[in-house]
Design a protein. Sequence first.
Length: 561
Amino acid sequence: MAPGDPLIHVASEETEEKFREKMEEIKLKEKEHLTQQRGAKLGLSYINLSGFPIGPETLSLISRTMAEKLKVICFLKSGHEIRFGAVDPEQPGVRELADEVAAEQNAHVGLYIISGHSFEQALKLYDRIPQPKKAVRGLEIKQADVQRYRAELKDFRELEQKIRRVPITEVFTYVLAGAIEARASDIHIEAEEEDVKVRYRIDGVLQTTAALPKETWQRIISRVKLLAGLKINIENIPQDGHITLYLENEHIDVRVSTLPTAFGESVVLRLLMGSSVVITLEQLGLRGRAFEILGKEIQRPNGMILTSGPTGSGKTTTLYAVLMKLNQADTKIITLEDPIEYRLAGINQSQVDWTKGYSFAKGLRAMLRQDPDVVMVGEIRDLETAETAVQAALTGHLVLSTVHTNDAAGVIPRLLSMGLKPYLLAPALNLMMAQRLVRRICNQCMTEDRLDAEALERVKKVLAEVPPNSGERNDPVKTLRFKKGAGCNVCHGLGYRGRIGIFELMNMSPEIEKLIMSGQVAEADLHEVARQQGMLTMAQDGILKALDGITTVDEVLGVAG
């Protein structure tokens, strides 16, 4: 062959390619040898994971994100033995991860050293793990839908004219977008004799939004049931379902309830904002002495703190604020809820499931086996739950929960009526709270509010009974000035925007404990003792907030009486 022959050129290229491959192989062997030597110095075993068979279940013990972050691979799981391979086993995060997996799997985790090349080869195995398709019933509401609603409608009460002009497939989307924009907690869609009413619950008050033609009802209810996974052809029994709304930066869980009525089904959709910000203890609305008492009581290592009030009075929000205050790295917190309304980072949250017998009582007993410092039980509604909660409070746990009573003084008689023994209840209770939610005056349209003579007399009577030792003003002769909202586009013409709590707190004292142990506990007696100790009632707390221009007198008198 001649020197310029193409065959010679090809042969030359093949030789160079083989040479490069050989050199690369030598370099890799050298790196593996150096890694092995480093492992010997660290007292760690060495392994080469190139071509090592790793099962998907074993690999999945560490998420890909965590594997890439720490450069660590789980390459073996056999019984109670697990093996990790790490490029840099001296990283603190590697040992922490190993301890975490060991605890979760109840196994021993052994650590091996691996090279960077070995790690990259093993990392490719994540691509072979089958990704199950997540079956989710839901509806995607684009941010553009909400923005379009905001641009086209100045007020949610203009929704009726808009949805009468859009296709029926868009009606439900507009109703949902309007609720999100108006910050509604619930949507009520009710079939009546002549039309279909759509109402939003905004800041606790129902507002009529639209009246739709009766002929649209069947298509609307079918759309809701389809999305919620309910049976479309069942109309004579209640049904419960669930929809997930997908926005660009968050998702909203919607609980759907249908109920047969005389003119069709009533549908209520509860909107649970997954990314809602849980308010802090300081934002609840507690003032002065009450704030100091709660702050002191939640720092105690054991005992019970109970908050009371009707459904929708903000009890869960208050308990969440307390939990976030207590949420520290050295504190184990577990909650048992129905349902879980907000996801709290760093807190173990469990949801009861009545269909499977997982009740508050059963769940609480299981929680106590998890060695918690703080437990939160959504509600105490029966003797079994109450007895378990009291035992937990007496054995070194701080227990938070709710009961349904009208005021703080009613908590103790309610628990005793369930069958709790006074000698167990008295030492277990730390604090009883009652609360309601009142609407805040809209800051954009705040104006002077002139009370009529009757309302003014009621206000003076409430303020005259403010305990002298409460740290609050109690002179009704002073000039009383109040505010109200005139209504604007910001508050949708309501004059209110947002809500705040009004509270009364009764903490355990020798006098109250004596009343409990006597076995003759009357709410009036408990209330009088608490008042002598400086307790503000909810009405007094509310009127003082009205004097501060936070809410209105009408709102307080309507909520607290």
